[in-house]
Design a protein around this ligand. Structure first.
Ligand SMILES: Cc1cc2nc3c(=O)[nH]c(=O)nc-3n(C[C@H](O)[C@H](O)[C@H](O)COP(=O)(O)OP(=O)(O)OC[C@H]3O[C@@H](n4cnc5c(N)ncnc54)[C@H](O)[C@@H]3O)c2cc1C
Length: 434
């Protein structure tokens, strides 16, 4: 997702853009080995939807044409959390789209295919980045082609969108540069996902359900969303010793022990049309490349290569798209400079940090509410957690506050909007009244 979005951005400023992808990319919306996460729920948040719409005008129409299910945000997904079963359902005024990860990716890939100066080379596994003597700049990419032969491709700018980011780390090590410091939140989460045909006689007032765990006592939660093809995708997740199993009966039994019966009642008689897929996610990791100075010229990691987020909050694709929009803005500006690539990395990393700040902070509070979570707790953890509890209570009563809270969670607005003095005063009053 990050690589495709970045390719589209580079196409406006470079003569040729080459995407090297190790997989064979399917022609329809099905899974592939390079993105094992694609079997699990992939919610596209409002912030990511807007960013993809900036990059690919009428992108939402592409999704609808491909079968994505429109959801009225705030209304169509039933949110169940302790104290609110459900949280008040109201139309917050924008539509999001629900579909499988392979379908979102296919829609982006089809748009990228329309750019005459982007070439996508499949079965090309990047082996390493090649640096100029002294390691001041990256000059080429070495990769193994489909025939198993090693090749080198020279490039003015190399974007590392490999997800893991190991290529960038290896380059930094090879040129003797310090490694990026990391912020780490060890969440130790297990996911299990299955797809169900929506029963023809299903009659409910929701299109999706999110059942949150009674933290910190238990971590077991579920998210069920509609997919193209009249199906539900259900991802169950738990932490540490409470991870979901990978067999059909165990999956159902785990769903039955969620905090509320809504999800289990919906699926207990529904036909399961997929295997149960599992995924283990040990830790959210944010690499602080902005601290490496000078960063090798001509290299930019993007997406998960900079920051891998706990998937529970559905942020990764949106942040990747927002970083691509940021890159677009910066290239427009830097293109005016005599040497446009000279100052690109520092401004990109500074902007990417600002993009990442909100999703990282939004996730850190619920993650650290489990005492087993390891990592650096935010210094204001307790105060922020209490603020969040009171804000949620206020949002349940006040549709305007509900909208602001949802916009921050959906990465449509930065969390700094929650520092508005009037809002802070109202939240404090709510906390005192409790
Ligand atoms: C279980 C799970 C659930 C998730 N749920 C959500 C969600 O609900 N919402 C959301 O927004 N995000 C979600 N994410 C995160 C999301 O998948 C990523 O953040 C998003 O795909 C952006 O990642 P990326 O493009 O950086 O990397 P990826 O999407 O992982 O893509 C990396 C690409 O690089 C290719 N590649 C890797 N190494 C090489 C190499 N050496 N040579 C050539 N090609 C290579 C891979 O084949 C792949 O195509 C989830 C993640 C997980 C693990």
């Amino acid at each position: 997702m990050a690589g495709l979005s970045a390719a589209r951005v580079l196409a406006d400023y470079f003569e040729h853009v080459t995407v090297l992808e190790r997989d064979i990319l399917p022609e329809d919306a099905c899974h592939r080995s390079g993105t094992p996460q694609s079997k699990h729920v992939h919610a596209l948040l409002g912030g990511g939807q807007r960013a993809l719409g900036d990059l690919f005008p009428a992108f939402e129409e592409d999704l609808v044409t491909a079968g994505a299910v429109p959801l009225r945000v705030g209304l169509d997904v039933r949110i169940e959390m302790p104290g609110y079963d459900p949280f008040p359902q109201r139309d917050l005024g924008w539509i999001s789209y629900s579909m499988s990860r392979p379908l979102i990716e296919l829609a982006v890939r089809q748009r990228v295919a329309q750019y005459a100066n982007i070439a996508v080379h499949l079965r090309c596994r990047v082996q390493e980045f090649e640096a100029a003597p002294g390691g001041t700049a990256v000059t080429a990419v070495k990769f193994e082609n489909g025939a198993g032969r090693s090749q080198s491709l020279r490039a003015d700018l190399v974007v590392d969108a490999s997800g893991r980011g190991n290529l960038t780390l290896a380059l930094l090590e090879a040129i003797g540069r310090a490694q990026a410091q990391e912020s780490v939140i060890e969440v130790d989460i297990g996911y299990a996902t299955a797809i169900f045909a929506i029963p023809a006689d299903m009659s409910v007032d929701w299109k999706g359900v999110r059942t949150l765990a009674p933290a910190p006592q238990r971590s077991r939660g579920g998210l069920m969303l509609p997919l193209e093809g009249n199906c539900w995708i259900l991802t169950l997740g738990g932490r540490h010793a409470d991870k979901p199993p990978g067999d059909g009966d165990g999956f159902l039994a785990y769903a039955q022990q969620l905090r509320t019966p809504t999800i289990y009642n919906a699926i207990k008689l529904a036909e399961r049309v997929s295997e149960v897929a599992r995924f283990g996610f040990p830790a959210s990791v944010w690499r602080h490349f902005e601290q490496i100075e000078p960063f090798p010229r001509g290299l930019l990691p993007i997406g998960d290569a900079i920051c891998r987020f706990n998937p529970v909050y559905g942020q990764g694709m949106s942040v990747a798209a927002q970083e691509a929009v940021l890159l677009h803005q910066l290239l427009r500006k830097e293109a005016e400079e005599a040497d446009p690539l000279a100052g690109l990395a520092p401004v990109f990393f500074a902007g990417a940090s600002a993009v990442i700040e909100t999703p990282w902070a939004v996730a850190a509070i619920p993650d650290f509410s489990f005492p087993e979570t390891k990592g650096q707790r935010p210094p204001d953890f307790e105060r922020t957690r209490e603020f969040g509890v009171a804000l949620t209570r206020l949002a349940a009563r006040d549709p305007d506050v509900h909208k602001i809270m949802a916009e921050v969670q959906a990465l449509v607005r930065p969390r700094s909007v929650l520092r508005d003095p009037d809002l802070v005063e109202r939240v404090r009053a709510m906390a005192t009244a409790a």
